[in-house]
Design a binder for this molecule. Structure first.
Ligand code: NAD
Ligand code: TYD
Length: 348
């Protein structure tokens, strides 16, 4: 039986990855290592928590000794690393937290893997999950590819870029068998409502203003989270050591157009008159260093590994909205307490 240690498995993307691996790989043991920050929620994994091949370890990746003892205990054959501070706005308010978790935390994991495997790398793999934001901002034309130079603009993307470089360095210097992927913006169930799509859904449900930064003309490439989880499984199983794979949805939207679509879908689902939610849109002060456009050319992963997204934006958004409407208790739970303080500070 192989042991696969997944970090950040209680978060948005991580929970979908853990569920997929627990269900699709019954002869592998899946260890979910997570510190349970504000973004981590074991409720996301209720349906698999009793599976014979699943275990949870509450560990903070900033703590090298705790990481090492978790590796000693479980002896993982592979690591899929998603744990991170992941929100750009929070990185602007508190950049050092991003250095600690995303840079030092990643280095702690790399070290623990290197020490456990001691050069016997056959059958081992360290898979680092990164973001397209490391490439910086695109103008109106063009796409990010695996060859695009790094040019991060926010403390979040700078910390992810630094962690990517450490992963590559461990491959080049120590021969650690690594693979990386850089993905575009995800959306779907269990997304914490500090990010655009779930924040808008939550605010529409509450009848609160919908804060659109700047002129709303910023563009993102959206991918349904289950498609990302499937891509991660594909890269994990078939990706080549030392390689990077760009993952995206071929699905670019200007924020304001996306918010309009969301408003109309929510009105339809809630039986509100069309136009009611659009009336909540409020243009607010822009995010400093706001990247104009992200868009991924995901042809390498399709050409070499055969992955492409299965959901259209229409089907993915319909599933997402349905999930939030059926899980208002989840939303209420994660938006009580500390979320209120964050929200007031961010949108005052
Ligand atoms: P998330 O914020 O929803 O979840 C992060 C998880 O990491 C949480 O469970 C949290 O408890 C855990 N965590 C945070 N700090 C930790 C620490 N010090 N020790 C242990 N665990 C810790 O993030 P997400 O959106 O699911 O993103 C997961 C990964 O995917 C991140 O590495 C992110 O950079 C990357 N990514 C995200 C997106 C996106 O659109 N959300 C796109 C591309 C790449
Ligand atoms: P976000 O979901 O924070 O993802 P990222 O910054 O990692 O791309 O934001 C997506 C886009 O939506 C980004 O251009 C910023 C914008 N945005 C708003 O206009 N209002 C908001 O309240 C938030 C959270 C984001």
């Amino acid at each position: 039986m192989k042991t696969i240690l997944i970090t950040g498995g209680a978060g948005f993307i991580g929970s979908h990855v853990v569920r997929r691996f627990v269900q699709q790989h019954p002869t592998s043991m899946i260890i979910n290592l997570d510190a349970l920050t504000y973004a981590g929620n074991l409720e996301n994994l209720k349906d698999v928590e009793k599976a014979h091949n699943y275990a949870f370890e509450k560990v903070d990746i900033r703590d090298a000794a705790a990481v090492k003892s978790c590796f000693d205990k479980h002896q993982p054959d592979a690591v899929i690393h998603l744990a991170a501070e992941s929100h750009v706005d929070r990185s602007i308010a508190d950049p050092l937290a991003f250095v600690e978790t995303n840079v030092i935390g990643t280095a702690n994991l790399l070290n623990a893997a290197k020490e456990l495997w001691q050069g016997a790398f056959e059958g081992k793999r360290f898979y680092h999950i990164s973001t397209d934001e490391v490439f910086g901002a695109l103008g109106a034309e063009g796409f990010f590819t695996e060859e695009t130079p790094y040019s991060p603009n926010s403390p979040y993307s700078a910390s992810k870029a630094a962690s990517d470089h450490f992963v590559r360095a461990y491959h080049e210097t120590y021969g650690l068998p690594v693979v990386l992927s850089n993905c575009s913006n995800n959306y779907g169930p269990n997304h914490f409502p500090e990010k655009l799509i779930p924040l808008m859904i939550h605010n529409i449900l509450q009848g609160k203003p919908l804060p659109v930064y700047g002129d709303g003309k910023y563009t993102r490439d959206w991918l349904y989270v289950e498609d990302h989880a499937a891509a991660i499984e594909t890269v994990f199983l078939h990706g080549q050591n030392g390689q990077t794979y760009c993952i995206g949805g071929w699905n670019e939207w200007k924020n304001i157009d996306l918010v309009h679509v969301l408003c109309d879908l929510m009105d339809k689902n809630l039986g509100h008159p069309q136009g009611q939610s659009r009336g909540l849109i409020t243009f607010v002060k822009d995010r400093p260093g706001h990247d104009l456009r992200y868009a991924i050319d995901a042809s390498k992963i399709y050409r070499e590994l055969g992955w492409k997204p299965q959901e259209t934006f229409e089907t993915g958004l319909a599933k997402t909205i349905e999930w939030y409407l059926q899980n208002e208790a989840w939303l209420d739970n994660v938006t009580s307490g500390a979320y209120q303080t964050y929200y007031v500070k961010q949108y005052a």
